[in-house]
Ligand binder design. Sequence first.
Ligand code: UDP
Length: 139
Amino acid sequence: MVERTLSIIKPDAVQRNLVGEILTMIQKAGLKIVALKMLYLTKKQAEGFYKVHQDKPFFDSLTDFMSSGPIVVSVLEGENAIENYRKLMGATNPENAEEGTIRKKFALDIEKNSVHGSDSIENAKTEIAYFFNELEIVG
Ligand code: UDP
């Protein structure tokens, strides 16, 4: 099934000039970029995006980090895009991420792990709508 998923290149990766390399890995994996922009989240906007995690111990630190510098958000489209992009990202904790994954290559630690990807069709819909309207998505 052709799906759409939301990708975020997180502040740690943007700050280290890794946007091009990460987008190249995404494209080489066969995922099509159908929307793309750079923005700088406020703390409140980061809290809104991660509200499913609001009761977790890492919520305050995570939302500080996500609002610490610019991010690059994109919508990726393809067959099984959600699962395929999760595989390409690798495990949340880079210590457990497989070779060849974005997080194995670039993540600094379990928080500053370079990328985000939606984990379900329902969350992908909500997350895409958080950043893009339909006019901003091509294809
Ligand atoms: N995170 C963290 N500490 C943890 C678990 C997660 O700082 O113990 C951060 C990390 O940046 C992660 C994000 O919170 O990417 C969302 O967590 P989730 O479990 O949804 O992981 P993901 O789906 O991003 O792999």
